[in-house]
Design a protein around this ligand. Structure first.
Ligand SMILES: *Cc1c(COP(=O)(O)O)cnc(C)c1O
Length: 388
C-alpha cells in the first residue's frame, strides 16, 4: 500500500525554502555566506504593530475568533481595499487567512475541481502549480518573454484557454521577476477573462513595494464585470514585515468567500487571535515605515541593476516592484540548479534556481538583505559569471 496519496506524492517541496535553509546551515557552521535567497523582508515588524498584539494578549485575546477573523479587522480590510485599491467589498466578503499563501491555497481549493485548468504565467511563484495539482486540477503555463518584461499579454492568455479553463493567476508586482502590470495590461487580461467567465486570482502581496513612478493597480478595480470574477488576495507579510505572523486575506464574490469560510472552519479555523489585533493596528497606523523600507529597497535595487548589467554574460530586466531580480544565465550554458549549487559551494553565494519558478535559464536574487552583503555577494557573483 502507498501511504501517501497520489496527488500529493507528485508534489515537490518548496525549493525556495530549501536553499535558504542550506545557506543557513552553512552560516551556522561559520561559513561566510552571502545570501540572495531571502523571500522575506529583512526589516523588523514596526513597533506599534507589535505593541498592539502584546496588548491584545495581555487583555486576554487568547480565544477563538470568528473563523473569518474579528469584525474590526475585516472592516479595516474592506476600508483599505476601498481606499487604496478602489474595490468595494463588504466586510462579509473578506476572509482572514493564515498567510497569503494559505489564502491562495484556500481560493484554489474553493474554486477548482479535478480536471479544471488554471492558467499560470511563467516564471511563476513556486507554490501556485503545486497548489493547483494538490486539488487535482491542472496548471497550464503561459511562457512569458524577457523582452516583454516577463508579462503575459491578453493574447497569450487567450491562446492558452480551453473549455476546461477555470481560473487565471495574476501576480503583480511579481515574484520572481519584479514586473508590474500596467492598468492597460490588466484591463486587457480582465476583459479576456470576463469574455469567458474565467475566475481571476489576483495575488497582490507586493502592492506596497513599487519603484520610480510605477503604480500598482488591482485588477478587480477595473470594472464591475472583472471584480465579480476576481479573488483579491493580499496580506501583511511583505508590506509590514510580518512574515512570521501568518496573516493574509481574501476578498471575493460572496459565494466564494462563503466557501473559503467553510473550508477554513474545518481546517485551520481563525488565524491566531492576538496576531489579528496587530494587523488591525498595521492597517490603522501611519505608513512611514513602509515608505522608509521601500526607499531602502530602491537603493539596493539600483545598485544591483548597475552591477548585474555590467557583468556581460548575464542579463535582467529592471524590476519595478517586489524585491527580486530574475537573472538570465542562458549564455553561461549552465542550468539553474547546477548554477546555484556551484555558486553556493564555490563562492558561498546563495540564490534560488529559476527552475523553482519554471525557468531553468535563470536564477533569482533577492535584495531583502543589507547593502554590504549585496556588495560582497555581487563581487563574488561577478567573478563566478566571468569564469563561465
Ligand atoms: C511571500 C508571498 C506570498 C505569501 O506570503 P504569506 O507570508 O503567506 O502571507 C504570496 N505570494 C507571493 C507571490 C509571495 O512572494
Amino acid at each position: 500500500m502507498e501511504f501517501v496519496a497520489e496527488t500529493i506524492a507528485d508534489l515537490s517541496p518548496s525549493l525556495t525554502l530549501s536553499i535558504t535553509s542550506q545557506a543557513k546551515a552553512m552560516r551556522e557552521e561559520g561559513i561566510d555566506v552571502c545570501s540572495f535567497g531571502a523571500g522575506e523582508p529583512d526589516f523588523d515588524t514596526p513597533q506599534h504593530i507589535k505593541a498592539a498584539a502584546i496588548e491584545a494578549l495581555q487583555d486576554g485575546q487568547t480565544k477563538y475568533t470568528a473563523v473569518a477573523g474579528v469584525a474590526a479587522l475585516r472592516k479595516g480590510i474592506a476600508k483599505k481595499l476601498r481606499e487604496d485599491n478602489h474595490i468595494n467589498y463588504e466586510p462579509e466578503q473578506i476572509v482572514v487567512n493564515c498567510g497569503a499563501k494559505h489564502s491562495c491555497f484556500n481560493a484554489i481549493l474553493a474554486c477548482c475541481d479535478a480536471g479544471d485548468e488554471v492558467i499560470i504565467p511563467s516564471p511563476y511563484w513556486t507554490s501556485y502549480p503545486e497548489m493547483v495539482r494538490a486539488v487535482g486540477a491542472e496548471p497550464v503555463f503561459v511562457e512569458t518573454r524577457q523582452e516583454n518584461d516577463w508579462k503575459m499579454t491578453a493574447e497569450e492568455f487567450d491562446n492558452a484557454m480551453s473549455g476546461s479553463t477555470k481560473m487565471v493567476i495574476v501576480n503583480s508586482p511579481n515574484n520572481p521577476t519584479g514586473a508590474v502590470y500596467t492598468k492597460e495590461e490588466l484591463t486587457a487580461i480582465g476583459e479576456v477573462a470576463a469574455s469567458e467567465d474565467i475566475l481571476i486570482l489576483s495575488d497582490e502581496i507586493y502592492e506596497k513595494i513599487t519603484y520610480d513612478d510605477t503604480e500598482h493597480h488591482s485588477i478587480g478595480s477595473l470594472s464591475d464585470e472583472i471584480r465579480n470574477l476576481t479573488i483579491t488576495i493580499n496580506g501583511f507579510s511583505k508590506a509590514y514585515s510580518m512574515t512570521g505572523w501568518r496573516l493574509g486575506y481574501t476578498a471575493a464574490p460572496q459565494e466564494i468567500a462563503d466557501a473559503i469560510d467553510t473550508i477554513q472552519s474545518h481546517s485551520t479555523s481563525n488565524p491566531t487571535t492576538f496576531a489579528q489585533y496587530g494587523a488591525i493596528a498595521a492597517l490603522a497606523g501611519e505608513h512611514s515605515e513602509i515608505i522608509d523600507m521601500v526607499s531602502e529597497y530602491d537603493i539596493r535595487r539600483q545598485y544591483m541593476l548597475n552591477r548585474i548589467q555590467a557583468i556581460g554574460n548575464v542579463s535582467t530586466i529592471e524590476p519595478k516592484g517586489a524585491f527580486y531580480f530574475l537573472v538570465n544565465i542562458e549564455k553561461t550554458g549552465i542550468k539553474s540548479v547546477n548554477f546555484a549549487e556551484k555558486l553556493l559551494s564555490r563562492m558561498q553565494v546563495a540564490t534560488v534556481p529559476g527552475i523553482a519558478f519554471g525557468h531553468d535559464q535563470s536564477i533569482r536574487l533577492s535584495y531583502a538583505t543589507s547593502l554590504p552583503i549585496i556588495k560582497e555577494g555581487l563581487d563574488r557573483f561577478e567573478e563566478f559569471c566571468k569564469a563561465h
